[in-house]
Design a protein around this ligand. Structure first.
Ligand code: MG
Length: 243
């Protein structure tokens, strides 16, 4: 199973083998069902500023740094960049709105998938554009034993954020593996782009409200609709393949 997709990956990246040893895992919309909360916060924030903004747009911007999202909206709505002060104030406001919401539930079977990855002898590295401190606390509570500071890339580590390959390249460094020895797990189009730009086999799990086509166009190598589906397929996905 999935041999065709793996061969295609080898061709795309001019790699001679696919031998996964680490999973680089996004957080929002993958481990936690937190995207509806984020989308609501961004929508309330932007509409409060008098901007036109649809909730679906938040899903398209997912993975960007807060600063990058604010810049795009400011340029579109006000034809200028936000000042550093505005970025600080508005992103701070959005983060507080998020903190005030009830905790986002764990994505169904995310914990079971992490266990399957661990039991296959693979590293788990978190790669997120988020800087929400509360979610990091919850990570250890929800998925004990899976992540430590050494195995996390967050908004505090990266300059560019997704869709730049930077966060996933840092993830490879943290894992100490090459691109063809890793698998990215993402739910967002920009995250899929980032994984592919880093030369990594990238799996999209469509847990939100965007069409599958958008994730396929972003370049995912495989697409699933739930962590449960991905967990079932994992043993087949990680079977090595050489040219
Ligand atoms: Mg995500």
């Amino acid at each position: 199973m999935f041999e065709q997709e793996k061969y295609q990956y080898l061709q795309q990246t001019a790699s001679s083998s696919f031998q996964p040893k680490a999973a680089l895992i996004d957080m929002d919309g993958v481990l936690f069902d937190s995207m509806p909360h984020h989308a609501k916060c961004w929508t309330d924030l932007f509409r409060g500023l008098g901007f036109s903004f649809e909730e679906k747009e938040a899903y398209m911007h997912e993975g960007r740094t807060g600063k990058a999202t604010l810049e795009i909206l400011y340029r579109r709505e006000l034809q200028r960049d936000p000042t550093d002060q505005e970025v600080k104030e508005l992103y701070g406001r959005k983060a507080r709105m998020f903190d005030d919401m009830p905790p986002a539930p764990i994505m169904k079977d995310a914990d079971a998938l992490l266990d399957v990855i661990r039991d296959a002898g693979m590293q788990r590295i978190l790669v997120t554009g988020s800087g929400q401190t509360k979610l990091f606390d919850r990570l250890n509570e929800a998925f004990p034993g899976h992540f430590s500071e050494k195995s996390m890339v967050t908004a505090f580590d990266v300059k560019k954020g997704k869709p730049s390959p930077e966060p996933y390249l840092m993830g490879l460094q943290k894992a100490g593996v090459l691109a063809n020895q890793a698998i990215v797990i993402e739910n967002a189009p920009l995250g899929v782009q980032a994984g592919r730009a880093a030369g990594i086999f990238t799996i999209a799990v469509n847990t939100g409200l965007l069409e599958d086509e958008i994730l396929k166009e972003a370049g995912c190598n495989l697409l699933f609709h739930s962590m449960t589906e991905l967990k079932e397929a994992w043993p087949e996905i990680i079977k090595p393949l050489s040219k």
